[in-house]
Design a protein around this ligand. Structure first.
Ligand code: NAP
Length: 479
């Protein structure tokens, strides 16, 4: 029986494995798929790349001097994760094709049930499943009646050839704005179906020169300084864009608005691409090639609501019908609770789904009363809109390893956050969020159907890292 089971082998699962290796605690990693990795294994659409600089969107203990570009392509990130797993010698700890369906706390430990019917036991359980794993298909009537090629950005059908075709893309989020420029040259006409325009800032992507890579490889200190520079640049966006001083955000918005008009010749198209909500309330996207692609005569922007699908295309609310050979749904993910919707039963039969209801909460996004020895990585209210989420996951992994190591020194290794500490943290989140940009009102995936934003960390990452640098032991109780 492993001391700890980690569910997931993406960035956060690997960070947790590394932290446990450092702490000398044994562990098993469960992966539902046949290969390690998370979103970067599943998202293989044309143009897929990170939207945070790769030198920052990587694990601090596994720097990669060889990133090819400022924003590395998806396959390069997946190859990086495979390499880290090799370098850390994690393969003997990984069990593939092992989807967890239920976790139950009993007899001072966790019983983990897998989809294939087997059960496993462990003392500590870490959920590292990530929020963005299951594609969200749009609820368009008769979508399955469409007889052309139908694919989703996450779970892209790599066998589909879009060359010379009439292609539709639903959505203008982070995935869509990468797909649209990547396929615009290849297709005959591209029809973009937009519900809400996004704020799009310049990306200034570029390949790294061989000389730069050589310097990074030779000098870990230079590489670290570069990472720090990237980190501080992004971190400065928090007070400027997301804080209370809206004048700074308004200046940025004015610049982004001008940028739309610089690239888009048709004033009506430019107006349609201009958001009417505060930048940052939905994720600010980064792209250099999106507006040039949208400016093309063969890229058509449709803003009328989609009424229904037909065998040959989409019918829109303005009565028009768009004929399509292929339809790409870049419509995001079904954002579950932070444990991916799996059934979790804590002390005395407490169901996590009942405790969370419409508002998942956890102390520091990490732990909950009545669920001893259970830790969540990238749990409630620890997502970011301005910096690399890998940094948050690493801080959480280090904190969790500190707690597990200390718990293992107790006669009875059982640790649980106190209700008082939990209530204090949740009060702070609920008080803080409405005063930030997310309180200005917009319909983002950060907020669930009940209007609860359980995804975003309402502070700077510096604040989170500072809080997690040590464990406040009085917030936990033992045995
Ligand atoms: P998303 O941000 O949720 O965008 C989905 C898009 O589809 C939105 O424009 C949405 O419109 C539209 N949509 C959804 N249902 C629709 C419907 N029924 N009819 C018309 N339009 C519909 O999803 P995503 O682009 O996949 O990105 C999700 C998250 O993944 C991002 O926020 C980011 O955190 C991450 N991501 C990161 C990268 C990266 O690092 N490179 C790349 C991709 C994604 P509304 O805005 O009106 O809802």
């Amino acid at each position: 029986m492993p001391t700890t089971i980690i569910i997931g082998t993406g960035f956060s699962g690997i960070a947790m494995a590394h932290a446990l290796q450092q702490a000398g605690v044994d562990f098993l990693m469960l992966e539902r798929s046949g290969e390690i990795g998370g979103v970067w294994r599943d998202n293989v659409y044309p143009g897929v790349a990170c939207d945070v600089p790769a030198h920052l969107y990587s694990l601090s203990f596994a720097p990669n001097p060889g990133w090819s570009r400022l924003y590395a392509p998806g396959p390069e990130i997946q190859a990086y994760l495979r390499r880290v797993v090799d370098d850390l010698d994690l393969h003997p700890h990984i069990r593939l094709h092992s989807e967890v369906t239920e976790a139950r706390f009993e007899d001072d430990g966790w019983t983990v049930a897998l989809a294939d019917g087997t059960t496993l036991r462990c003392t500590f359980l870490v959920g590292a499943v990530g929020a963005l794993k299951d594609p969200s298909w749009p609820a368009i009537p008769h979508l399955r009646d469409f007889e052309g090629t139908l694919t989703h950005s996450s779970g892209w059908d790599t066998s589909c050839d879009l060359t010379g075709k009439q292609v539709g893309v639903i959505g203008t989020g982070a995935s869509a704005i990468q797909i649209i420029p990547a396929i615009a040259d290849q297709v005959a006409d591209l029809h973009v179906f937009q519900r809400t325009p996004a704020w799009v800032s310049p990306r200034r992507d570029r390949p790294y020169r061989e000389a730069e890579k050589a310097v990074f490889a030779r000098s870990p200190l230079r590489l670290l300084a570069y990472r720090l520079k990237l980190y501080l640049t992004l971190e400065a966006r928090f007070p400027l864009l997301f804080g209370r001083r809206r004048w700074a955000a308004r200046t940025v918005e004015a610049g982004l608005r001008r940028r739309i008009h610089r690239y888009i010749d048709d004033p009506a198209k430019a107006a349609a691409l201009t958001p009417d909500y505060a930048a940052g309330c939905k994720r600010i996207l980064v792209a250099d090639d999106y507006y040039p692609a949208m400016n093309r005569d063969d890229v058509h922007l449709h803003t009328a609501p989609i009424e229904r699908a037909t065998a040959t295309g989409l019918r829109l609310g303005d009565g028009s019908e768009v004929r399509l050979d292929a339809l790409v749904c870049a419509t995001g993910f079904t954002v579950h609770d932070p444990l991916g919707g799996l059934r979790v039963v804590g002390k005395d039969g407490t169901e996590l789904a009942d405790v969370w209801g419409q508002a998942p909460t956890a102390y520091l996004g990490l732990a909950m009363p009545r669920f001893p020895n259970l830790f969540l990585l990238l749990g409630p209210n620890t997502g970011l809109g301005h910096n690399s989420v890998v940094i948050m996951a690493e801080a959480q992994a280090r904190w969790t390893a500190m707690v597990i190591r200390r718990a293992l020194q107790e006669p009875r290794p059982l640790v649980e956050v106190t209700p008082t500490a939990m209530a204090r943290f949740v009060r702070w989140v609920r008080r803080t969020l409405p005063n930030l940009v997310w309180g200005t009102g917009c319909d983002a995936w950060y907020t669930n159907d009940a209007g609860v934003n359980f995804t975003i960390w309402p502070g700077s990452t510096l604040r989170y890292l500072w809080t997690l640098r040590r464990v406040r032991w009085r917030d936990l109780h033992w045995g």
